[in-house]
Design a protein around this ligand. Structure first.
Ligand SMILES: NC(=O)c1ccc[n+]([C@@H]2O[C@H](COP(=O)([O-])OP(=O)(O)OC[C@H]3O[C@@H](n4cnc5c(N)ncnc54)[C@H](OP(=O)(O)O)[C@@H]3O)[C@@H](O)[C@H]2O)c1
Length: 313
């Protein structure tokens, strides 16, 4: 629920970022603050973020609210000119289901934003989102896009590829595993094609769209990095950069699905079924949709990001 102290500050906030303490949300907040915007960051645990990364800028307001609680949504968006939904749910637990968070709550947030007069709404989704997918996760992301567009005409959907950067769950995990294991288990044959994107580039894209800097006027953007790699190639790149030798071993997707089902019961959150579902399909930007280039952003390469992470390790 919104804090009592925050109730009267609605009129000073310009952009509200739901999920503003998250991996990409934090960077979106930072980019907007850098541009001189008053930013309200909303999450369930606003003080969990220590804002300890030197490049992170603090939001003007940090509000505690749950996207699943309609009354707290209204209080959180009131007075904003733009709202960004950067809330995630990667593993279903109890009442937190993909349908509730990525579809129902996204629709509720878009509706509340429209009702209080918000001018722009940006929904973060993901490349590959598909309302007809057999995967619960991918289907919910696709349906989420549809309900947001219906609730908030003019909403912009941003679909990032897998995002990389300090504290990511992708390159950092590969780097940890190649250093730990003599044999590296690939998803399937490791042939899935990926186009990783630097998280700061996505944050910049979202911040521009939230401020209405959309030269194309398009309503869907797919944000991906400059090159496509197979998963196998990416693991090899990371291993070389971290100066370790590793043997890559194919592991069937059926085995990964079983492992993920078990892993979801563990508190570590090391593997989730949605990750396995996503890795079954190529995850690259559509050539007929606009992306970073159309927003005037030159994407950083994976090689640069891996070098950056290796230096910091
Ligand atoms: N990471 C990637 O590589 C990637 C790639 C493509 C697309 N995406 C998409 O990008 C979006 C953001 O992902 P992320 O990786 O940045 O997520 P994240 O690091 O897990 O951050 C999620 C944010 O949402 C907040 N949140 C979660 N549940 C909430 C709730 N019920 N009410 C209010 N706030 C809530 C979290 O804070 P609290 O827990 O404190 O509430 C946190 O601020 C998601 O839609 C994700 O699917 C991510």
């Amino acid at each position: 629920m919104a804090n009592q102290n925050d109730r009267n500050v609605a009129d000073v906030s310009n952009v509200t970022v739901f999920g503003g303490t998250g991996f990409v949300g934090r960077r979106i907040v930072s980019r907007l603050v850098d541009k001189g915007i008053d930013v309200r960051s909303v999450s369930r645990h606003p003080r969990k973020n220590k804002w300890d990364n030197a490049s992170d800028q603090r939001p003007s307001q940090q509000i505690e609210a749950d996207i699943l609680v309609p009354s707290s949504i209204v209080a959180a968006v009131a007075g904003s000119r733009a709202v960004v939904n950067a809330v995630s749910l990667y593993v279903e637990r109890g009442k937190e289901t993909f349908e509730r968070v990525h579809v129902e709550a996204a629709a509720a947030l878009a509706t509340a934003s429209r009702d209080v007069g918000v001018e722009r709404f940006v929904q973060i989704s993901g490349i590959g989102s598909n309302p007809n997918s057999r995967s619960n996760y991918i289907r919910a992301r696709g349906r989420g896009e549809d309900v947001v567009k219906a609730a908030f005409p003019g909403a912009v959907i941003v679909r990032p590829a897998v995002m990389t950067g300090p504290d990511d769950a992708f390159i950092t995990t590969i780097a940890r595993l190649v250093r730990l294991l003599p044999i590296y288990p690939l998803f399937g044959e490791g042939d899935t094609r990926l186009q990783p994107v630097y998280v700061e580039d996505v944050a910049e894209a979202v911040s521009r769209l939230a401020l209405g800097q959309n030269p194309t006027g398009a309503s869907i953007f797919e944000c991906a990095g400059p090159r496509i790699y197979s998963y196998r190639e990416l693991v090899q790149k990371v291993a070389i950069q971290f100066k370790v030798r590793t043997r890559l071993v194919p592991v069937p997707f059926a085995v990964w699905s079983m492992l993920a089902t078990v892993a979801e019961f563990l508190p570590t959150g090391s593997l989730a079924r949605n990750q396995v579902d996503l890795m079954r399909h190529d995850n690259v930007a559509a050539i007929d949709l606009p992306g970073l280039k159309e927003l005037g952003i030159q994407p950083r390469s994976v090689e640069e990001v891996v070098r950056m992470l290796a230096k910091a390790a």
